[in-house]
Design a protein around this ligand. Structure first.
Ligand SMILES: *Cc1c(COP(=O)(O)O)cnc(C)c1O
Length: 393
């Protein structure tokens, strides 16, 4: 097999041809500024509002509540910083989880340096936030709960509806980072009592550098970028019309294909997981077995370094990830794998494979065969493994 086997769709995805095609005219003949009065400006504005409508429909809300940003990280920053500031009079306490993306965790650390207190909730061995801990963590000064919809490393889907209900009962704002979940699983912001939601185009076969923040009607949040009156005065800057158009197209396709894609990906994912667990000794799967993103598989292989495995997979044309953001140079294992209770030495041997809609059974078979081969080879060079086998005998 000489083709590239791309199994890192949680890191980013390829924009679909239809998405690129929809975007192209907005670089060239329809380049107008959406704030302008003349025809090509109005065209840009109409295209942007069409995307906003598509996205709002996907969440069961109104177009007016969708604010375009430059991606998931910006949306997360905006939600947390603006909510913290807006509700400062009420309190200074924020609740989040230990397994959030760094866009949330590092923003929380920033807020801690500016007088806020943050509780980082534990998760269980499957990566599910503990709801009883959440209830116990709530104080009179709690102003915000931010828990991700689905985890980017281990794929676990959080009990968002339950968290939303708890937040609502206590009159606390609820934000969710849905960057991995949006377009993959059904979301309704009213049913789930979500007050703010972050998403990003490039995780669902849309373009990079475009995202949005959903802000529930009536929430008084300051603007993130000050300047012109774009995005209803809340996010200044000439709109990224090609990005917005591409994002809208990607969402439209993701919704249309969700059911079928979920079925296909779940089947392939479970086949991949079952084969690895059965055929690679001393391996484990991380994350919830059923409440997980349809395209996510995350493994640990004892006695090997995830980095070495990734490099050798790459030599075979296979793109995977260690599931950790610290891929270069750092020896820190993933904070998510540590949070689900794995010891350092096991967390080090992790591999995340995230499927795409074009992934085939043949590719999965090829990948599992390669994993078996490489893991065996790496272990044959490992003194740890040698000791382990000796002691077993
Ligand atoms: C990718 C990702 C982000 C960051 O989104 P960008 O658009 O790349 O800034 C945030 N949260 C989660 C869960 C992600 O997977």
């Amino acid at each position: 097999m000489n083709e590239l086997i791309y199994l890192d769709n949680a890191a980013t995805t390829a924009a679909r041809p239809e998405v690129v095609e929809a975007m192209l005219p907005y670089f060239t003949e329809n380049f107008g500024n959406a704030s302008a009065i003349y025809g090509i400006g109005a065209k840009s504005k109409a295209a942007m509002e069409h995307s906003r409508e598509t996205i709002a429909n996907a969440l069961g809300t109104n177009a007016k509540d969708i604010y375009f940003t430059a991606g998931g990280s910006e949306s997360d920053n905006w939600a947390l910083k603006a909510a913290a500031e807006a509700y400062r009079e009420k309190g200074n306490h924020i609740i989040t989880s230990k397994i959030e993306h760094h866009a949330i965790l590092h923003t929380c650390q920033y807020l801690e340096k500016h007088g806020y207190e943050v509780t980082y909730l534990d998760v269980d061995e499957n990566g599910v936030v503990k709801l009883d801990e959440l209830k116990k963590a709530i104080r009179p000064t709690t102003i915000l709960i931010s828990v991700m919809f689905a985890n980017n490393e281990i794929g676990t889907i959080e009990p968002v509806k339950e968290i939303g209900a708890i937040a609502k009962e206590h009159g606390i704002l609820f934000h969710t980072d849905a960057v991995q979940a949006f377009g993959q699983v059904p979301i309704n912001v009213d049913d789930m009592n979500i007050d703010m939601l972050s998403a990003s185009g490039h995780k669902l076969n849309g373009p990079k550098g475009i995202g949005f923040l959903y802000i529930r009607k009536g929430l008084k949040l300051r603007s993130f970028i000050h300047g012109g009156a774009q995005e209803r005065n809340r996010r200044a800057g000439t709109e990224n019309i090609p990005g917005i158009v591409g994002f809208g197209k990607a969402v439209e396709i993701a919704l249309r294909t969700m059911e079928e894609r979920t079925k296909k990906e779940t089947q392939l994912r479970d086949y991949l997981i079952d084969r690895v667990l059965q055929e690679v000794p001393y391996s484990r799967v991380n994350g919830h077995r059923t409440d997980r993103l349809p395209n996510n598989a995350n493994f640990c292989f004892q006695f090997i370094e995830g980095e070495s495995l990734l490099i050798m997979l790459d030599q075979n044309g296979i793109c995977g990830s260690s599931g950790s953001a610290c891929t270069s140079g750092s020896l820190d294992p993933s904070h998510v794998l540590l949070a689900i209770g794995l010891p350092h030495e096991i967390a080090h041997g992790s591999l995340r494979l995230t499927l795409g809609e074009d992934t085939t059974l043949e590719q999965i078979d090829f990948v599992v065969d390669k994993i078996k081969e490489i893991v065996a080879r790496l272990r044959s060079m490992s003194p740890l493994y040698e000791d382990f086998i000796k002691n077993k005998q």
